[in-house]
Design a protein around this ligand. Structure first.
Ligand code: GAR
Length: 201
């Protein structure tokens, strides 16, 4: 299966997915990495692995819909079947979601529906929760509101900083995201209303 990863930042989740594909734990390949930030290290990671790296400057577009329809065009041109958001810090327009409904995933560094949006780790720490974690979910029109595929808890310690908690959440993310992608590829994810069920092998 041809995968696209959309990322704005460091791309450690992208790296985890590339590595899992290389180990054949994912039976698909990252065909393209796309970013809205030219300096995103995710683009560099893609190039290092011989994967096409695309940057589209949102500053050159007057509105989100126009930008997103170019992204969708590029994805369709490359026959992408699953769109993986990995630290892609833009809300997708309804047009984008409609074009790829049920075939867009996102990872979020908190136990949704708590602490959606930006700075999920900081929000959780400031709130004072004892347990946070990460969530892989399908993307719908809302902000981190789509059906939850996988979720795992991470304990918060008294001496945690945003960085230390982030680091432990990242470790879990790097395990969880490739697993969710492979479940999708195997056709084992079934969504009924808000609930996502994992079919037995
Ligand atoms: C990840 O922790 C991901 O959960 C988060 O951005 C980070 C990207 O890290 N995403 C969000 O906050 C989305 N709302 P990475 O670039 O190293 O993969």
């Amino acid at each position: 299966m041809r995968l696209a990863v959309l990322a704005s930042g460091n791309g450690s989740n992208l790296q985890a997915i590339i590595d899992a594909a290389n180990r054949e734990e994912i039976s698909g390949s990252v065909a393209v990495v796309f970013s809205d930030k030219e300096e995103s290290f995710a683009l560099e990671r893609a190039r290092r692995h011989g994967i096409e790296a695309l940057f589209l400057n949102p500053g050159h577009y007057s509105h989100r819909e126009a930008y997103d329809s170019d992204v969708v065009y590029l994805l369709r041109e490359r026959e992408i079947e699953l769109v993986i958001l990995a630290g892609f810090m833009r809300l997708l327009s309804p047009h984008f979601v409609e074009q790829y409904r049920g075939r867009i995933m996102n990872i979020h560094p908190a136990l949704l529906p708590s602490f959606p949006g930006v700075d999920g780790v900081k929000q959780a720490l400031r709130y004072g929760v004892k347990v946070s974690g990460c969530t892989v979910h399908f993307v719908d029109e809302g902000l981190d509101t789509g059906p939850i595929i996988l979720q795992e808890a991470v304990k918060v310690y008294d001496n945690d900083t945003e960085e230390s908690l982030q680091e432990r959440i990242h470790e879990v993310e790097h395990r969880l995201y490739p697993r969710a992608v492979q479940l999708f590829i195997e056709g084992r994810l079934r969504v009924e209303e808000r609930r996502c069920f994992i079919d037995e092998e």
